[in-house]
Design a protein around this ligand. Structure first.
Ligand code: 3Y8
Ligand code: NAP
Length: 243
């Protein structure tokens, strides 16, 4: 009897949940609990951390999980590391569903940086109008470059003051579209976009908008995650589950 743990929080995970429900397989969709009101899912949901590798191992045993699908965001590296360790320890098969990174094309003006600290360093220099599109968890680090006029896009309205003296907040949950992001960059007169190389469609609009407007992008490359089986499509995961 298949019982799936789907580590979610992305567009791909949502598509995966639809396929699992359609196939009539038993599964649980797991959110970290980062946002106030995460989207509903067609399968059971759980919200919150497991309590590290040990907590995840105990969960796998207690719930009789037979397959784990890691469909988390490429920057959710800690969750992916924990899944590799816990699944190996419990001998539960693990499959990652991961989108390919974006690759710069004609007209793209990208500067690649290895992590958000390097993105902060890349913003040294005279004041600019910066679209900081990397969410809430790493904003504090940019207080080291207070000279800029920031536009922040967050999933939930910030509680308390922001660590940036000049920042405007747009509260919006993606997926985003190119027309909307082009208008946003124009209205803000953005001079540089800071983005994570998330890949996929949900966050790519700002990259296409920056290309169209000739705006440079500081592109944060993905963190390393341990070796594991990876596929790019829901159907490949379904073949693995039912094969
Ligand atoms: C809680 C679940 C879907 C899935 C929506 C995808 C697409 C839209 C684009 C910008 C970039 C960013 C951010 C982003 C995108 C999708 C997908 C994606 C980027 C939700 C969600 C959860 C989260 C967590 C949130 C992080 C933040 C990152 C905002 C739900 C909406 C910037 C990543 O406030 C916080 O603490 C937010 C934290 C992790 C990164 C950060 O470090 O702040 N995602 N995003 C998941 C959980 O609790 O387990 O609330 O319904 C999911 C999605 N966000 O089709 O419905 O699949 O990537 N999410 C980035 O890529 O740079 C926004 O603004 O252009
Ligand atoms: P992370 O740094 O890799 O994980 C930190 C801790 O959060 C994990 O050790 C785990 O806690 C908990 N956690 C993370 N994802 C979880 C999940 N799906 N279910 C249960 N617990 C989870 O994670 P993150 O980067 O903060 O991402 C959190 C969530 O947001 C994930 O679902 C991810 O897919 C989604 N998301 C992240 C980004 C991003 O830019 N990072 C973008 C879009 C969506 P314990 O150790 O206690 O188990």
């Amino acid at each position: 009897m298949t019982r799936i743990l789907l580590l979610g929080g992305t567009t791909e995970a949502n598509l995966m949940a639809q396929a699992v429900a359609k196939a009539g397989l038993a599964g649980v969709y797991s959110y970290a609990g980062r946002t106030e009101a995460p989207m509903g899912q067609p399968i059971h949901m759980r919200i919150g951390g497991f309590g590290g590798v040990e907590g995840l191992q105990a969960y796998l045993a207690r719930e009789g999980i037979t397959n784990v699908i890691d469909a988390t965001h490429p920057f959710a590296a800690q969750m992916s590391r924990n899944a590799v360790e816990a699944c190996a320890a419990q001998a539960v098969p693990l499959m990652a569903l991961e989108r390919a990174p974006w690759v710069a094309g004609d007209g793209d003006r990208w500067t690649h940086v290895p992590d958000s600290a390097a993105a902060v360093d890349a913003l040294a220099g005279p004041p600019q109008r910066v679209f900081l599109a990397i969410g809430r968890q790493h904003i504090d680090a940019f207080a080291a470059q207070p000279q800029h006029d920031y536009l922040l896009r967050l999933v939930d309205a910030p509680t308390g003051s922001l660590p940036l003296p000049r920042a405007r907040v747009v509260v919006a949950r993606g997926p985003f579209d190119v027309a909307g992001d082009t208008a946003l960059l124009r209205d803000h007169a953005t001079e540089v976009v800071v983005a994570k190389n998330a890949g996929g469609k949900g966050a790519v609009a700002k990259i296409a908008a920056a290309r169209a407007l000739g705006v440079p992008v500081v592109m944060i490359d993905r963190p390393r995650v341990p070796e594991r089986r990876v596929v790019r499509t829901v159907s490949e995961v379904m073949a693995w589950l039912t094969g």
